[in-house]
Design a binder for this molecule. Sequence first.
Ligand SMILES: Cc1cc2nc3c(=O)[nH]c(=O)nc-3n(C[C@H](O)[C@H](O)[C@H](O)COP(=O)(O)OP(=O)(O)OC[C@H]3O[C@@H](n4cnc5c(N)ncnc54)[C@H](O)[C@@H]3O)c2cc1C
Length: 487
Amino acid sequence: MTNASNIPMSRRTVLAGASVAGFAAVTPVSASLLPDPEKTEDYDVVVIGSGMAGCAAALEAAGSGARVVVLEKLAENRMGGNSALAGGLFAAPLSASDADKSAFVADFEGKALGRGNSELYRLMAQNITGDLAWLSENGVPFNPPVPSPTYKVQTATVSPGAYMGMPRMLQGLRDRITEAGGSFRFETKAQQLIMNDRAAVSGVRAVGPDGVVDFNAGAVVIAAGGYAGNTQVMEAYSDPNAGALMVRGVTSATGDGLLMGQSAGAGLKGMGGVMALHIAAVDTVETAAGNPFMILPYCLSVNRNGARFIDESKGYVAHGKAVLSQPQQQASLVFDGTIAALPAGEGTLGTFRRLGINIIEAASIEELAESIDVPVDALVQTVTDFNAAVQGDKTEGIEPGKAALAHRIEGPTYYAIHPLAPGVTLTFGGLMINGNSEVLEADGRVIRGLYAAGEGAGAPFFDDYVGGASLTNCLVMGRIAGRSAIS
Ligand SMILES: Cc1cc2nc3c(=O)[nH]c(=O)nc-3n(C[C@H](O)[C@H](O)[C@H](O)COP(=O)(O)OP(=O)(O)OC[C@H]3O[C@@H](n4cnc5c(N)ncnc54)[C@H](O)[C@@H]3O)c2cc1C
């Protein structure tokens, strides 16, 4: 492990960072450079970000005896960024067999239209089962895994269940990191990378309660999340209108890691249009937790005209993107008591009721149509046509059809989750990395001393993803980053 503080200031370069450097497509918003630091501190590893990827990297490194500090720009009571808000689902292969690992990789590749990151998928398939066991050894309880309805994947949810376990899990990991000698600095924003005269990254200049501080280190791990909270980046890269989308997560996900990485020469990947966004149609009041992802594939999703517009079995990201082009960008999920009684139905309804989200109930389709304010005749026709088209678990002869999980809507009680509107859950593009989590220049050269993991690294996903895949990526690549940073 090197100690960057041995290099005199005059031989180090502080790179323009989060507030200065721009993505190629983004005009710099501020030209202010930080003044010289009021103090310096020396570590083996500096981790930027206290979410799933940052905690995994920090615990891996600190557990091996490295001196580690985690910088987090949010306040202590908001530790964990988007990871703290997450449902807590981790995707894993159905078993440890090679066939199931290959099926997991194939599902991920299919979802990303062949434009994802197969190297990362293979690492996830290989490592996630062991990494979940590692979390358990570190005090993180999981509910028994359940198979995903439409993939050859199972998901394990942090106990006690969806949207309940992540803050406690992150707090527990923080305790473990601290016990291993690591430390956290909250309200401390990493602003600029420091580079030594050997062209290696050797620290981070940050601003926090102690003023400007240089955190010198042999390695820096960028685990600063995505860019959904940065309107300028969203509009420049994803879509001219993307800045107007609801953001389900924290607004501190402003792409700082991408900007800092770029200032050190890093390449970016997968930043293409709405294909680079995970958009889910969610409850408009509980935007963070109100994603009816489990029940959706069994339901009929109707627009403001009472018409279906997508094969609901394609899942919640495809659905969310389809809602973008519907009248008023709204949708309602329609289902009956049979679907409500399925495990996916009970799971969704249980979560929604716990959150106080209203589920509409009616004794007839006509009554339901009035409750969700869509034309009665149109909704009756939609349900009648759909029911007539169901053959086994598919439909025949209607558009859009349903390729799986088709259930007739027959009552006697009818339900709706309404209204749902599109919101960004996570962003897909980010810093180029290799399988060791080393950050790469656009031509594939390794930037020494710089590692990245999590939502903003490796561009694992494109267009769509398998539920639970992001936390899996953060955990697996975060641990790899922690190991690589101390090797
Ligand atoms: C409501 C919701 C539910 C979700 N549910 C799931 C789920 O169940 N399963 C799943 O796989 N995915 C889920 N996701 C996505 C998943 O939560 C995220 O992709 C993942 O948590 C990202 O983890 P991360 O460690 O990369 O980043 P984050 O958890 O976002 O952590 C990054 C941290 O870095 C900090 N930071 C940023 N810039 C700086 C800086 N300059 N200096 C210091 N700190 C900085 C941020 O404040 C943040 O705390 C969900 C997302 C949302 C919003």
